[in-house]
Design a protein around this ligand. Structure first.
Ligand code: G4P
Length: 534
């Protein structure tokens, strides 16, 4: 246990010890609490409570905007690095609200695994299900933590059945809860035949671990009351018979998820989960790219931008590009090639996100997330290499589901508004379409809350009042096909044609009927709802 030896012998030890993952959950399941306990065990924070303020701030819309105002906080929480035994964990934060699902999707392209947190009383909730589907698209390994076992929770078999049925994934219990609600006293560690007992008196204390020699060991009876011990023996025997045994390869391929039961607030089950991340994490994986995939052990450094955060300091208009290193050993001051523009870029001030502090990164390895401050050169989907023409693939842009017309509160400031909107588009916070016909801009987002956040940020960061008004269009599709066919199509449908913020042609639609018509009348033209960013 806790051995960083990898079954990929070419992987340098520094890379083999890295685990880069995200937590997915429905709001309130306990993601913030769990993150806090991770950091506590990782020695990254001294006291529980430091991440809490953020969790509370997330609860309401206005507080959410308040938090968004404080760019510093949300940036340092976007990626956190800390050590756990010999391992280096990189935890990448996913936005909690479903209106930011595109951002979440892209974040998940930067991790090698996800921890799914569910509430033991509520089971699989809507947002968990959505995020899980996103992980599935990428065959990400998923480790499950069933939280709040100190409260009344559902029957253990029911919880496992629900995950298996709703998410169509095999579930294997890594631990088994003993007692429920008030009677919950800990878990039987099914992987190591150990008894883990929870200390209700001290919430930050690591559970007491008792070695047991199998379920028949009389030591079990010394620690667990007779009523619960009989039930435990029966349930574990049944679980071993009815549920699949742990198969690490199947976990790696995303077909099986091990589940740990615990209580984040009582620090219970957290250490076992962290050990699970270390054991089944996995280490940094091969990255899909064109014209060839990138292996983490390659000596040359490559990385890609999966997130951009603008205006951390509104006075300076600076941005931080979050880069996942895909291969090699990065050192500060390195000269990398920005593949899209083919221009060299010297990375002089990269940042590592060590819990609540930002630190200059002197070095980093494949698997790490570094922040690169820049003035707008780096966009989502960009690849950085040591010269080779490689582009990381699989970072999509989704067609927006809501479109609105943006209008400057002050007509004299229309040009300024255009600039502000373009910057948000590059950050990935919205899509901006410039119709070929008529004036103004159409802004597209995935969820309505994004309009509110945009309006508030444009006002605060650029001092521009802005109004979002209904547009005659409801959706947008990218237009693909042979140039002659696309030109002919655009000419005949001018009122529907616009350019997105990258200059690509889009077709603005009013209803599904529009799309059906194009499919019928223009067989050479393809309308797509996703676009690769590279
Ligand atoms: P989130 O980030 O997923 O939204 O959840 P968060 O950690 O903020 O937790 C949501 C609520 O659940 C919090 O309660 C938190 O204290 C509670 N919680 C987290 N883990 C456990 C657990 O293991 N057992 C129990 N019983 N509760 C847990 P709150 O009342 O909203 O906030 P607070 O007043 O406790 O801070």
């Amino acid at each position: 246990m806790l051995d960083t030896a990898s079954n990929r012998p070419d992987l340098p030890a520094e890379i083999a010890r890295r685990r880069t993952f995200a937590i997915i959950s429905h709001p309130d399941a306990g993601k913030t609490t769990l993150t806090e306990k991770f950091l506590l065990y990782g020695g990254a924070i001294q006291m529980a409570g430091q991440v809490r303020a953020k969790g509370e701030a997330r609860r309401t819309r206005s507080d959410f905007m308040q938090m968004e105002k404080d760019r510093g906080i949300s940036v340092s929480a976007s990626a956190m690095s800390f050590d756990f035994g010999p391992f280096r964990f990189n935890l990448v934060d996913t936005p909690g609200h479903s209106d930011f699902s595109e951002d979440t999707y892209r974040t998940l392209t930067a991790v090698d695994a996800a921890v799914m947190v569910i509430d033991g009383a509520k089971g699989v909730e809507s947002q968990t299900q959505k995020l899980f589907e996103v992980c599935r698209l990428r065959d990400l390994p998923i480790l499950t933590f069933c939280n709040k076992m100190d409260r009344e929770s559902r029957d253990t078999f029911d919880i496992i059945d629900e995950i298996q049925e709703n998410l169509a994934i095999d579930v294997t219990p890594a631990s088994w809860p003993i007692g429920v609600g008030r009677d919950f006293m800990g878990c039987y560690d099914m992987l190591n035949d150990r008894l883990e007992l929870m200390d209700r008196a001290d919430r930050n204390k690591v559970a007491q671990s008792i070695e047991i020699n199998g379920l028949d060991d009389p030591k079990l009876d010394e620690h667990v009351p007779a009523t619960l011990v009989a039930q435990l023996r029966e349930e574990v025997a049944m679980a071993r018979e009815l549920l699949p045994a742990l198969n690490p390869q199947s976990v790696l391929e995303g077909h099986m998820t091990p589940i740990w039961f615990g209580s984040a607030i009582n620090s219970f089950g957290v250490k076992e989960l962290m050990t699970g991340i270390a054991d089944f994490g996995p280490e940094p994986q091969v990255q899909k790219a064109t014209p060839r995939a990138i292996a983490p052990e390659e000596t040359k450094v490559t990385g890609f931008v999966f997130k951009v955060q603008a205006n951390m300091d509104p006075r300076h208009r600076d941005r931080v590009a979050f880069v996942r290193l895909a291969s090699g050993h990065f050192k500060r001051g390195m000269k990398l090639t920005h593949v899209r523009s083919k221009k060299p870029m010297t990375v002089t001030a990269p940042v590592l996100f060590l819990a609540s502090d930002r630190e200059l990164a002197e070095e980093a390895w494949a698997g790490d997330i570094i922040g690169i401050p820049n003035h707008g050169q780096l966009r989502i989907g960009d690849t950085l290499t040591e010269g080779e023409d490689l582009r990381v693939t699989g970072i999509p842009s989704f067609a927006p589901e809501l479109l609105q017309q943006a209008r400057a509160g002050d007509p004299m400031k229309a040009k300024h508004l255009e600039k502000a909107l373009m910057q948000f588009a590059e950050e990935g916070a919205a899509k901006v379409f410039k119709p070929t016909f008529g004036s103004g801009f159409i802004v597209g987002v995935v969820g309505a809350l994004q309009f509110e956040v945009l309006a508030s940020r444009i006002e605060q960061e650029y001092g521009l009042p802005v109004r979002f008004e209904n547009s005659q269009f409801t959706s947008a599709r990218w237009v693909n096909g042979p140039k002659a066919a696309v030109d002919k199509f655009c000419e005949a449908n001018k009122q529907h044609i616009a350019r997105d913020n990258d200059g690509d042609v889009v077709y603005l639609t009013r209803m599904q009927w529009d799309i059906d018509r194009v499919t019928r009348d223009y067989p050479d033209v393809a309308l797509t709802s996703t676009k690769e960013m590279m």
